[in-house]
Design a binder for this molecule. Sequence first.
Ligand code: ADP
Ligand code: MG
Length: 227
Amino acid sequence: VLQRLMKAEKLEIVSHLAASISHEVRNPLTASRGFMQMLQEDEKEPAKKRYISIAINELDRAKEIIDDYLLFANSAPERNEKMNISEEIHHVTHIMTPLANMNGVAIDFTFDEEVKFFVMGERRKLQQCLINLFKNSIEAMQNGGTLTVKVTKEGGAVIVDIIDTGCGMTQEQINRLGEPYFTTKEKGTGLGTMVSFSIIHYMKGKVSVSSVKGKETCFSLEFPLCE
Ligand code: ADP
Ligand code: MG
């Protein structure tokens, strides 16, 4: 038992460390990208212009990985707290609106302040989980569409349905969801669903996925209701 405890503690330290490092790394990445872009604009020589463009792409890649993995993380440890799930979804829809607009995606979620379903967890983690799933839905709708989010109560559970009218998945793709580095995207990290699923698991929740290739996908999350 003692050894297990120590292992868990170590994991926690490692995860905090990773979080603070990624937070610190994000700023220099952004700064470097800015300067690279200035250089690129002034550069006349095609070969050098190409090198700079490769460097910018690599910086973007590093940022993508941090965003999928630890966007909201920082060195401050978080506490488990009671959260109104609709409020968190509402917040995340705001964060995702620019990406949705870029893809011609409408987000259909009605925030009803009267309806309060509470769940337990760490706020930033839940937000990260939702961001990764919303991002996938939006990215699945390259020619526009609708992202619908519904919150309902079923017995002692809160259900969050995330439905998109995107490219859908085959059964084989569905089976591989959550596997690290599984991606069908040219610039994908294959970390998003892995992170989301582990957060859901950590919150003692469940997730199920249904999809029709070329048509739609629904991620259904279930969390224990906190009275
Ligand atoms: P990434 O987004 O970087 O590819 P993820 O782990 O977030 O990595 O997703 C893994 C893969 O799962 C995606 O590349 C995509 O093929 C598939 N996927 C996830 N969500 C959806 C969705 N809503 N619609 C269609 N495919 C999806
Ligand atoms: Mg993703």
